[in-house]
Design a protein around this ligand. Sequence first.
Ligand code: ME8
Length: 649
Amino acid sequence: MKYYITTPIYYPSGKWHIGHCYTTIICDAIARFHRMKGEDVFFTTGTDEHGQKVEKEAAKRGVTPLAFITPLVDEIKEMWSLLDVSYDRFIRTTDPAHAECVQKIYQKLYDSGDIYKSEYEGYYCVPCESMWTEAQLVNGKCPDCGRAVERRKEESYFFRLSKYAPKILKHYGDNPEFLQPKSRVNEMVNNFLKEGLQDLSVSRTNVKWGVPLPFDERHTAYVWVDALINYLSVLGYLSADDSLFKKYWSANLHLMGKEIVRFHAIIWPAILMALGLPLPERNYGHGWLLIGGEKLSKSKETGSEELTDPYELVKRYGADAVRYFLLREIPFGSDGEYTNERFLLRVNADLANDFGNLVSRTEAMILQNFGCVPQRGKEEAVDKELIALANGTFAKVESAMEKLNAPDALSAIFALVSRANKYIDETTPWALAKDPAKKDRLGAVLYNLAEVVRMTAILLKPFLTKAPALVLKSLSQDENAGFEALQFGGLKGGEKVEKLEPLFPRIDVKKEMQAVAEFVRANRKKSEPKKTEKKQETMKKELITIDEFDKVEIRVGEVVACEKVAKSEKLLHETVRIGGEVRSVVSGIGKFYTPEEMVGKKVVVVTNLKPAKLCGVLSEGMILCAEDGEGNLSLVSPEKLMESGGSVR
Ligand code: ME8
């Protein structure tokens, strides 16, 4: 059986936080789960690289969009590698094969009449790359992110989205699996579909960094359509080799955060319908990781002391801890608050105390008393209860994972871990060890424990990527074992046992929280641009040519008289001699220089500004000053003695 699963393709913003890892880690656990069931899984992720945001950022830095974005793509790949994300394909929307697929799809839809030319008028949110009608704005702002929008009117190609609204509604009705959880269906129906849909503007003339339309090169593809097409282009749809497409389409699962359900559950199915392709089996819009009730997001500075950097979290606690927290702590489908404390408590309680302890106690007692796995022994009632639970756990995990519910799956596995720890307390192997007559019973107990440890390690493999393999190896078991190895009794007596280093060192939560808060504070200080840098950042202007610069006439002048401008604290009125000419200039430097200080100073003046009146006083030029990040001004003067009237270039 095939299983095609996708994450959204990420905007390579470079500001990664643990919220970003959520979608991908869940997908990875689901992909691993299906692989372990013996299914033919194809799991894709990638990066969404076109659009105005990237174009603007690259221009600010004076580099090409591709040069700007490629290191950020490498960063996200590194992040997935640190977290052991087992994707089969990583797709970039800048891959030429993807662009070709986008063009072919646009051409197909243009030829069939589903794309047509018209004029677009509306409101555009640049950070979200989303277009809104006036009615959709909330207090005149973007309804998704709350930021200011730009009014736009331009020629555009439109996709006949309106035509597909009734078909999409019908599809929701006929296929309850198609969009989950149910609350998202209500959102889509009430907020969008009920009223009918408007046709969608799917091309831009003002965005150059995008895929040019094959039938009109002045237009580039709308980034969201470009991005959605990755789910097909990654399979080679409409390419010379479309074997992956034939094998894997349609998607069994598109998983995404709830804010982008609209694109996946309305626009995407409409495009697929227009292409005559089967629709994905299931879309799931998960909740968000929050800090202080707000979505953890790359553009919002929370000012909190929570450590959200995935690289640092993996460095401190390991990939398993980060994966476990994400998969276990946030109720699936809902939002969940993220704090250092919750992270540390969860990892400590479940991984260090429950699982880590079970493994280390079991293996230590086996090594002390037998040196290798003892033989399976006679089973008492308490053993039978543990065995039944061990044998029944996979069904619970499977049922939870069918609902994509990793927290429930993990909770079933940890119920087994807890039961096994309780079993140790009940059977008191340390007491059995003291009595040679009870050696057989001790062997039976330790066998049962070793077997539960082995089964737990296998059950945990979709979720954790390091510890289960180490545990299986320490029991001389195949680390690649799938779920077929889950029957109790699979472990053979006599297997070699190797001592393990502690899998999850216990954390002193209080101390660690202090250390983390200090780290976050120090790091924030380091990364906060100084005020001057901030100012410089906002001061970056468009590049100009030398001819444009040449239009500005700048000359050396000498202040021959100066007085305060009446009723103004800031303004000084200077009389400046520039060569043979005398000019009246008003400048805002009254807080930094007294009129007396000014007289006799050599200054640099822009002399071809149109004259203007400031507080009623004529100003025929501008004296140049340098400004620091605090707004302090300092006159700019020629470093060597210069005659007044000399030109500045
Ligand atoms: O939306 N909690 O990319 P993206 C949980 N390029 N999940 C979060 C989160 C949080 N605080 N913040 C982000 C895009 N995510 C588009 C997708 S697909 C055709 C185009 C999740 O980089 C978010 O919900 O903004 C999404 O699933 C993923 O991170 C990538 O978001």
